[in-house]
Design a protein around this ligand. Structure first.
Ligand SMILES: [Mg+2]
Length: 247
């Protein structure tokens, strides 16, 4: 396995956020199979020694479930440096080419890399192998996968349960994207005049904006982009029909 789903619980959102727990699971992005797991709650004293609390995050924790808040009184809490060393050991045991996945391109991974730096340890992955779940969720969402359809198991905002869920979501997105049929015509190969004519015939301003809601918020597209997609779908349907009538 080369993929590692990482989730942090923190007292901030910037790279210098204090880390209160680290959850990580090895997984196979193509099959969704889960492998070795890692969970380390961090001693509050150690977390605060190595990071800066964000008041907004602290306030947020007061609104979370008792089960999630239990991380702050865990009897198994470790020093941050010891936890990072253990995580490195797990990673090195698997592969140098591990792909660490965080939720967002700048959250979990940036905070962990900063923490490794602060405690004087090497980051145990190659920077170009870093992956981001939000991007793949967006891409799979664009072709119809609703991430909320993937049930959550365990306690939300428990770093290990979150990391397991993240692995399941990534694998589901991977499957959806791998199964999607190839686009019949790329957006660049569509004739611009044709798209503009289509906008004219359908009474749309090509520069007009359409906003649609998704699980990640509102996605805006120009009517030009919408028209392009619709034309591609029409051509794809025509091609499929032509194929069916031949057989
Ligand atoms: Mg979490």
């Amino acid at each position: 396995m080369h993929d590692l789903s990482i989730d942090l619980e923190t007292l901030g959102t910037r790279p210098n956020a204090p880390i209160v727990a680290i959850g990580a699971v090895m997984f196979d992005r193509e099959t969704g199979e889960i492998g070795d797991e890692f969970y380390a709650p961090i001693k509050l004293s150690s977390a605060l020694q190595h990071g800066t609390v964000c008041p907004h995050s602290l306030k947020w924790w007061f609104t979370q479930s008792e089960k999630a808040q239990a991380v702050f009184i865990s009897p198994d809490a470790m020093e941050l440096r010891d936890a990072l060393l253990e995580l490195s050991t797990l990673i090195v045991r698997h592969s140098e080419t591990i792909r660490p996945w965080g939720n967002g391109s700048t959250f979990d991974i940036s905070i962990l890399e900063h923490a490794y730096d602060v405690v004087g340890l090497e980051v145990p992955w190659l920077f170009w192998n870093v992956r981001d779940m939000r991007t793949i969720v967006d891409a799979a969402g664009a072709i119809g996968l609703d991430r909320d359809s993937i049930p959550f198991a365990g306690t939300e905002h428990n770093a290990l349960d979150d990391a397991r869920h993240q692995a399941r979501v990534i694998a589901a997105c991977w499957k959806e994207l791998a199964a999607s049929p190839p686009t019949v015509m790329s957006s660049t190969s569509l004739n611009s005049a044709l798209v503009l004519k289509y906008c004219e015939l359908t009474n749309r301003d090509p520069m007009g904006i359409q906003a649609v809601s998704s699980s990640e918020g509102w996605i805006e597209s120009t009517f030009y982009q919408v028209a392009e997609r619709e034309l591609q779908a029409m051509f794809a349907a025509q091609a499929a029909l032509a194929l069916t009538s031949k057989t």
